[in-house]
Design a protein around this ligand. Sequence first.
Ligand code: AMP
Length: 284
Amino acid sequence: METIDRVAGMSRAAGIFRREGRTIGLVPTMGSLHAGHLELVRVARARADIVVVSVFVNPTQFAPGEDYETYPRDPERDAGLAAGAGADVFFLPSVAEMFPDGFGTWVDVDGITGVLEGKSRPGHFRGVATVVIKLFNIARPHFAVFGQKDAQQVAVIRRAAGELNTGVEIVVVPTVREPDGLALSSRNAYLDAGERRRATALRRSLDAARDLVASGERDPAKITGAMARVISGSGPAAIDYISLADPDTLEELTALRPGAVVLASLAVRIGRTRLIDNELLTVD
Ligand code: AMP
């Protein structure tokens, strides 16, 4: 595996790979790699000639007061894990090169960025979409791999990649979980033992939603109400949102129609840690 830390070096390498007719798969991450990220790398490995894993803690997607400064960083460990999962290139650009002083070109995706995560984290998806399009232009992938864990991010990237004619295929990988159902996340490291136990409530609330839909419940308010009761029954936790929405438009649903695929999602603060999770439910 080759480590590249300069934008020009990555562009040059991508140009060579392209001229050689090799397929490039990109896995964008913020590092602190866990088994969820590594599953994305393995999916990329299975279908690309060249797998590029980028690690960039993107300051533009953190709102003021969020955890940009304290976000866990360990590039040496990440490089070993990425290599072990089959990465060919480990791309580690600097903030100074990605967002130099005076940077002023942004990717704003209308509509779907104002709800759910976007409502709680103003500017978040502008930062995400901008850095992902920059990474596409630098690494020139044929496809890029993202996790279902960040369902709204998938919707935003799909829109931006399509509407800006990047030609990059967006590949989505199911959420990787701990044995007790907690979705793997770099932020799980912030949880103390009691919080870690309570954090399983997110998965359990999604199970409750799935069971209710399977048993014929079609009233979104009753389903989100049941999800909220699972969270509040688990101990101190602040619900940011609980949502049943269309997975593409992210519009809240007022009824569940037969055959529909519904994105059940939630964000909950446990202690000082904000956790998200989601599941796609099919209405039979
Ligand atoms: P992050 O480093 O948190 O920005 O995540 C980088 C990529 O890994 C994103 O596409 C995430 O959706 C994905 N990801 C994070 N956690 C998981 C997980 N538990 N399962 C699958 N993909 C994940």
